[in-house]
Design a protein around this ligand. Structure first.
Ligand code: AMP
Ligand code: MG
Length: 417
């Protein structure tokens, strides 16, 4: 549920993550520009047209095992049967003649079945006899080890719909269907700004009160592999006029902007005012910890802007939970919140009620079961609360104390890929 706070005379709605996501998904009009790419170059890109297999895969009946191909109606009575072996079919070297009645053909995995054969007997169920004969010890069941035409994919079958992302699996599937070029959406151009007078580039000497700027780099790296053309636009000073000018100029050049910092209620926070002055705010503030000061809107008429909080962990969490899925939607991809699984807490957990909190967690295995536990001090300035963590897990704002064994929603950072 959204919470309402009275601030500076304004009623300000702080949205839940789900409400925020709905607002983003409704507001964002996906990319329309498309381009054709070699499949080889299309990893991570979003399909602008459905991907259709032009051929049957496989295009010929073939054997799933090493063994013998035969025609089951040729076998009468109970096994064993003895048949002469006439011919061999190897992968890439099919036997071109049809099977002669009452004979067997030596066959290997992936080799074409000769016409007339309907069954494969696996090598382990046979004994090779002299004079080119084979003893078959079982009654074969037709089709058991035969891969029919189109077994993997039939011609004209849709491998993936418009909006699907070309991952390694889909690229492999398209390759096996003989597809070499794909129609994809162009990558939206995304500009990334940091804001703050205290921020210095890595490598610089730090003066009093200064810190190294890390959000821009984290944001760019979290967007790596996404179908986006991400451009680093540097650090903006805490200056209203400079912020307005920079957003207006970048807004005419980019499809989306991501900023960090300057979006809270401090005296040196100008990002929200600059968005309001040069465009419009769709929503500001999430009922979320970390990540409360988050703004979404537009600058100019066609550029979306995501104003992320400055605290490094808040900026990463709102990037992962909202901004990245929204940018993928902008890129024409399927927009969805990251999907959680449920796991029990290994230890008790607590937080201040009122806001949904995504704590950084570690996985532990207890009694053979995967559990999750809070990973250290959860202050949103501490990058060390996230850099060694395995996941985020949700403590709902309706409850302060959670017992060991209570189940929570978990978003793992890493999977198999
Ligand atoms: P702000 O939202 O601008 O008030 O920033 C909140 C906190 O995050 C402050 O302690 C800032 O110094 C810090 N911060 C803001 N931007 C960055 C950044 N790009 N890299 C590292 N820390 C930052
Ligand atoms: Mg700041």
């Amino acid at each position: 549920m959204a919470s309402t706070t009275l601030m500076g005379g304004d009623l300000i709605q702080a949205l839940t993550i789900h409400e925020g996501f709905e607002r983003l998904a409704t507001a964002i009009a996906p990319m329309v520009r498309t381009e054709t790419l070699a499949l080889e170059d299309a990893l991570g890109r979003v399909l602008a047209s459905p991907l259709i297999s032009p051929i049957d895969v496989p295009a010929f009946r073939n054997s799933a095992m090493d063994g013998y191909a035969l025609a089951s109606p040729d076998l009468s009575g109970e096994p064993p049967y003895v048949l002469p072996v006439e011919g061999t079919s190897l992968a890439g070297h099919p036997m071109t003649e049809a099977l002669s009645s009452g004979t067997a053909v030596r066959i290997f995995t992936g080799a074409a079945l000769p016409d007339g054969a309907d069954s494969i007997v696996v090598q382990e169920d046979t004994v090779r006899l002299d004079e080119g004969r084979v003893q078959i010890n079982v009654r074969p069941s037709p089709a058991r080890f035969v891969r029919p035409v189109g077994h993997d994919v039939a011609a004209e079958h849709e491998l993936a719909a418009r909006g699907a992302t070309l991952d390694a699996f889909l690229i492999a599937a398209a390759t096996t269907s003989g597809i070499e070029r794909v129609n994809v959406f162009e990558r939206p151009r995304v500009g990334v700004f940091a804001t703050g007078d205290e921020l210095r580039e890595p490598g610089a000497r730090l003066g009093p009160g200064e810190i190294y700027e890390s959000n821009r780099r984290a944001i760019r790296m979290l967007l790596q592999g996404c179908p986006l053309d991400v451009v680093d636009l540097g650090i903006l000073p805490d200056d209203e006029a400079a912020t307005k000018a920079a957003l207006a100029s970048a807004g005419s050049e980019f499809d989306a902007l991501v900023t960090s910092g300057g979006v809270s209620v401090g005296d040196a926070d100008y990002v929200r005012q600059a968005i309001e002055a040069r465009g419009s705010i769709d929503f500001w503030r999430l009922n979320l910890r970390p990540g409360k000061p988050f703004a979404f809107g537009r600058v100019g008429s066609s550029c979306y802007i995501f104003g992320l909080p400055g605290n490094p962990v808040s900026s990463i969490v709102t990037m992962l939970l909202l901004t990245r899925p929204a940018l993928i939607a902008l890129a024409g991809g399927n927009a969805r919140l990251p999907s959680a699984f449920s796991a029990p807490l290994a230890e008790s957990a607590q937080h201040e009620a009122g806001r949904d909190e995504y704590q950084r967690g570690r996985f532990v295995v207890q009694d053979g079961e995967l559990r999750v536990t809070t990973y250290g001090d959860q202050s949103s300035n501490r990058l060390s609360s996230i850099s060694g963590a395995d996941c985020l897990f949700l403590l709902p704002g309706t409850q302060t104390h959670f017992e060991p064994g209570e189940r929570v929603d978990v978003l793992p950072f890493r999977g198999l890929l």
